[in-house]
Ligand binder design. Structure first.
Ligand code: ARG
Length: 259
C-alpha cells in the first residue's frame, strides 16, 4: 500500500513537471538549441515565408524530431556551397537542406538515417517541343543548376562529356527556374519533387521531361564524430515515423501540394 502511494506521488510529481515544461518557458534554459542550416530556395523542403522565416518540410521534420528528443532548433539560411564548411567549422550544427548522401560529402560530415528518396529530372520551358529527355540536350545548349548540388554535378558531367555548351551554375534554384522561363538556358536539372512543387505553384511555365536520373536519399548531417546528436536525430526520426507525424508532414508539404 505504501509502495502504491509512493508510486502515485512520483507520478503526480512527474506529470506536474511535464505539464510545467510543456506550458511555460521556465525550463527552456535547459533545452539545447541547435543551429539548423539550409539554403532556402528549395521548396517544398526549404523556403521562406512572406515574413522571411525559413519554413518547409525539413524545418517541420527537424523541429518534430527536436520536440521528441528534447532539443530546439533555430534556422539559418546560407549558400548551399557554404553548408558543409559551416558544419566542419562548427558554425552550424545540423544540415537540413534536402541534401542527398554522396560519398564525397560523407567524408566531411556524418549523415543521419535517410528521410526522403529523390532523384534528378530535366526541366524545360513549358512550350519547349524539342527536348523530351536528357538525351535531347545538344552541344549548343546551356543548362543550369544550383551550385554544389547533385544537379550541378550532373550538368558539369554533361559538359565534360561534350554533350552541352555551357554549365550555368547559380546560387539559387529560383534563379535557375527564371533562366529557363526567360530562355537564357535551355534546361535546368533539379530534384524531381522540387520541380513538381514549382509546376504546382506556377502552372504553365515549365515542365519536366524524360525519366528521373541519379536516385539519391536525403539525410540530415552533423559534424563528424558528433555521435550524440546523430543518435538523437536518428531515434527522433524513427519515433516521428512511428507516431504518424512524418506522414502528416509529407502530406502537408509534398504529396498534398502536388496532387
Ligand atoms: N538534393 C540535391 C543535393 O543534395 C539538392 C539539394 C538542394 N537543397 C537546397 N536546400 N537548396 O545536392
Amino acid at each position: 500500500m505504501k509502495k502504491i502511494l509512493a508510486i502515485g506521488l512520483v507520478l503526480v510529481l512527474v506529470l506536474g513537471m511535464v505539464a510545467c515544461g510543456g506550458g511555460g518557458e521556465d525550463t527552456d534554459a535547459d533545452v539545447p538549441v541547435y543551429k539548423a542550416i539550409t539554403e532556402a530556395t528549395f521548396p517544398p523542403f526549404d523556403t521562406v515565408d512572406e515574413n522571411g522565416n525559413v519554413i518547409g518540410f525539413d524545418m517541420d521534420l527537424i523541429a518534430a524530431i527536436g520536440e521528441d528528443q528534447g532539443f530546439k532548433v533555430e534556422f539559418v539560411d546560407m549558400g548551399f556551397d557554404a553548408l558543409i564548411p559551416a558544419i566542419e567549422s562548427g558554425t552550424g550544427d545540423i544540415i537540413t537542406a534536402g541534401m542527398g548522401i554522396t560519398e564525397e560529402r560523407a567524408e566531411k560530415v556524418d549523415f543521419t538515417d535517410t528521410y526522403y528518396d529523390s532523384a534528378l529530372i530535366v526541366v524545360v520551358a513549358a512550350d519547349n517541343e524539342t527536348i523530351n529527355s536528357v538525351d535531347d540536350l545538344t552541344a549548343d545548349m546551356k543548362v543550369a543548376s544550383q551550385i554544389a548540388t547533385t544537379g550541378a554535378g550532373k550538368v558539369e558531367s554533361l559538359l565534360a562529356d561534350g554533350k552541352i555548351k555551357e554549365a550555368v551554375i547559380l546560387d539559387g534554384f529560383d534563379a535557375c527556374m527564371l533562366q529557363v522561363i526567360n530562355g537564357d538556358v535551355e534546361a535546368v536539372i533539379v530534384d524531381e519533387p522540387v520541380a513538381n512543387a514549382y509546376m504546382a505553384k506556377q502552372p504553365g511555365k515549365v515542365k519536366t521531361v524524360g525519366d528521373v536520373m541519379d536516385a539519391e536519399s536525403y539525410a540530415f548531417a552533423v559534424q563528424k564524430g558528433n555521435a550524440e546528436l546523430l543518435e538523437m536525430i536518428n531515434t527522433g526520426l524513427q519515433n516521428v515515423k512511428d507516431n504518424g507525424t512524418y506522414d502528416e508532414l509529407v502530406m502537408k508539404w509534398i504529396a498534398g501540394e502536388t496532387e
